[in-house]
Design a protein around this ligand. Sequence first.
Ligand code: ATP
Ligand code: MG
Length: 260
Amino acid sequence: MSNNLTHKNILEVKDLCKTFILNKRQNNVLKNVNFTVNEGEMVAIMGPSGSGKSTLLYSISGMDDITSGTVMFDDRDIAKLSKNELAALRLDEMGFIFQQMYMMKNLTILDNIVLPAMQSKKDDGSKKDKIERAEELMRKLGIIEVADNDINEVSGGQLQRACICRSMINKPKLLFADEPTGALNRTSSMEVMEELVKLNNEGTTIMMVTHDARVASLCTRVMYIVDGNIKGEFDNRRDPAVSDKERERKLNNWLMELGW
Ligand SMILES: Nc1ncnc2c1ncn2[C@@H]1O[C@H](COP(=O)(O)OP(=O)(O)OP(=O)(O)O)[C@@H](O)[C@H]1O
Ligand SMILES: [Mg+2]
């Protein structure tokens, strides 16, 4: 069993609905979604294309407003926060790795990673401390040698690892990732996953969307969404006695039963 699962919930989602209105037509994308996430979990969100996975991540991370229901982040109702409070919460306590999240073109990889720390108003050390923290993250993720490169001078896998470093620079409580390995080949995917599992083992709670069962099998829980509802949940807590291969096999069986 994973040793860092606590019973403190970091996220509590109740009756979450999200409706888009386009050309006077209502599209109920999330329909009364309920779940909680405890500190230390690593949750994979799976489901068919268009089922509402990205919308769910945007809704629970305060990136987009919700239609009804409540989202409690670390005991705070995010809909009740002022714009500035929400911005600070997102910057200081949440990390993001999203699909089209580009880095600043005129900054080096290192400067891109340090940027959110500079923007944060929380007292978190001097500029020198922040740069050292960025370098430590880059060393950990194996991209220190590209610190001074421009963003177009690195590989896709390196850029994705840089995005992870940037998302971690303010030591978030909860990291949101939308298909963090989606654009990567198998080898780079597994390298990125190894880093995310490491961060999770060190205590960062992670919620990520993925289409890849092998990627999901490394998470501690899998949530399967169909048509804006949670259709099933799979407890996948780490157990040293069960191999990665076996975990993947069990998850695949479960996904097949759900019609994946
Ligand atoms: N900003 C938006 N305005 C209007 N409709 C939207 C918006 N964002 C998403 N939708 C609609 O919400 C539904 C769910 O989209 P969403 O992006 O959450 O799916 P998804 O599960 O992430 O799919 P995929 O696996 O393809 O990324 C789709 O019908 C989509 O058209
Ligand atoms: Mg999506």
